[in-house]
Design a protein around this ligand. Sequence first.
Ligand code: 1VU
Length: 318
Amino acid sequence: MASPIIRRALLYVPGSSPKMLSKSRGLVADNVTYDLEDSVTPGKKAEARVALREQLSQPRAAGVREQAVRINSVDSGLALDDLTEVLKAPHLDAVVVPKVNSPSDLHFITDVIRHTLPSRHPSSPATSSSATARQPPLRILALIESALAVTSLPAICASSPYLSGLIFAAEDFALDLSLTRTPSLTEFLYARSAIATAARAANLASTIDLVCTSYRGEAGERALRDECADGKRLGFNGKQCIHPSQVGIVQEMFGPGEGEVEWAVRVVVADRKADRAGKGAWTLDGKMIDKPVVGKAKAVVERATVCGVNVEGVMEKW
Ligand code: 1VU
């Protein structure tokens, strides 16, 4: 069985910066998203498309789990040119689609991908006769940036078989609703909660939270850690990053912590004994454990394993 997709940190790398493109090859990050949208000026788009096609002719760097391209929005009229170039690259794993307002945005992207790369459709049969390994299905991540998008979430989630996650874009959402972003982020509570819930209901792998725009110094790190904790509480399982210094902190905050893994392992081990004794509900550290708690513990163990934690080592202790 394929391992679950983990996207704790999604780092944007401007497609028009040769220096940052080169730097990205040495980074450790669950997802590196090469940008063709807001970080690339109109005059540089064509050059950036070609640079990204070259960048993605190389396999993923050892520390990167997924490499994606953020194309321009369907509304911009540039998405087809972006896709035409980047879908030629052999090592593209995912397409990030900004400003998805309705299912029709994803229908357009889905049709282009399906016609250009039929073998990378999620339901395409494995080609057993081929000597080369079949490429995995291409994935789509949709950026939710407007009131219209938030009120259309179930339809958006059901609009493409390639859809693998939702991402919240706070700055454009604030612009749409004439909101001012504050450190508490309470102005985004409804939208963030709706996104995390809709993604879960549609069984999407990822819900990726807003960018923390401060990234320098101790204050930047504190703000980032606070935002990660807040996003995790709402049900997000990853966060967008704009600077390499944010990635390690985000991956630590969204990975299961040492204490959480230890608790989960203890629950899983104790559950085996309880099961043999015919007990569905039992107690650990003075708290009741039953089926949903065991389910949560198993999910933590699975995520920890995919994140590279030595779960067997922890298990041996118990
Ligand atoms: O050590 P070196 O000098 O070789 O490298 C610098 C710098 O080039 C590199 N670096 C990056 N590399 C890859 N990806 C990045 N995103 C990135 N950012 C920096 O790291 C070394 C240290 O950099 P620095 O501290 O000197 O930072 P700079 O002043 O060079 O750059 C700061 C900004 C914020 C401009 C830069 O990090 C950046 O352009 N980030 C991405 C911005 C972006 O993509 N914005 C759009 C997506 S956010 C969004 O749309 C929200 C939904």
